[in-house]
Design a protein around this ligand. Structure first.
Ligand SMILES: [Zn+2]
Length: 242
């Protein structure tokens, strides 16, 4: 189910990077030997490490670990104190290319896309876009933007739902990320995480794993008394396996 839903995103990534590669190749390959690659730089597979909600641990723990390994994370943000308190750090991390932002609505209030009407949906998404713009002042706009619906217990059929918001998603050039597949929620051990990575490599496709925070609150000096609650113990082995 998860990998079936990931296909449109994988195709989008392939189209984007494939086009770029063709353009680059045109300058140097006059014999017509350019090719569209399914994954950037001809790598075997793509793996997305994603983080929701601008959790307080992301700037002090998650971002340095990614940076150290030369990796990029996708961060689905909404407007909250944990984000605005560290605005300068987020701007710096985005500028360095470690952080790629995704839209997670402005308030995170309308869980499961339970917007009461299209206008509210548009406002929630537009204001989050403005927030992302303020964190990426040098970025071009409009651009293709990943979107993640806020999770929560609201029944999926409340409000306009997924179908009702499609015109808003199109208007803002969004693609919806694959369904949340959470570390410590759906995937409970490091071995299970590595199996997702191995499967992506074997299939030559795309895998992903989604986190909120790692570690205990914002502390870097954290132990892991219970990895299911504080998946820091899972995070670093996952990165090491990529
Ligand atoms: Zn969320």
């Amino acid at each position: 189910m998860q990998f079936f839903k990931a296909k449109p995103l994988a195709l989008l990534v392939a189209i984007l990077f494939g086009t770029a590669l063709q353009l680059c190749a045109a300058d140097i390959a006059k014999t017509g030997d350019s090719a569209v690659l399914p994954v950037k730089d001809g790598k075997k597979a793509a793996f997305l490490v994603q983080f929701d909600d601008a959790h307080a641990s992301q700037i002090p723990v998650v971002v340095p670990a990614l940076k150290e390994r030369g990796m990029v994370g996708t961060f689905y943000i909404f407007n909250r104190k944990e984000l605005t308190d560290k605005k300068d750090e987020w701007i710096k991390a985005a500028k360095e290319g470690v952080v790629h932002f995704g839209n997670h609505t402005y308030t995170h209030k309308y869980t499961q896309n339970s917007f009461p009407d299209v206008e509210t949906c548009d406002e929630e998404i537009s204001k989050c876009n403005e927030l992302i713009k303020s964190l990426t002042p040098d970025a071009q706009w409009p651009r293709i933007m990943p979107y993640a619906r806020p999770g929560g217990k609201t029944p999926a059929d409340r409000g306009i739902g997924e179908k009702g918001m499609e015109p808003v998603l199109d208007k803002h050039h969004f693609f919806v990320r694959p369904n949340f597949w959470g570390a410590s929620i759906h995937v409970k051990t490091v071995d299970d995480m590595k199996r997702i990575v191995d499967r992506a490599v074997k299939n030559g496709g795309m895998g992903h794993l989604d986190f909120h925070g790692v570690g205990k609150k914002s502390s870097i000096n954290v132990t892991c008394p219970h990895p299911r609650v504080h998946p820091l113990c899972d995070y670093f082995p996952l990165l090491a396996s990529l």
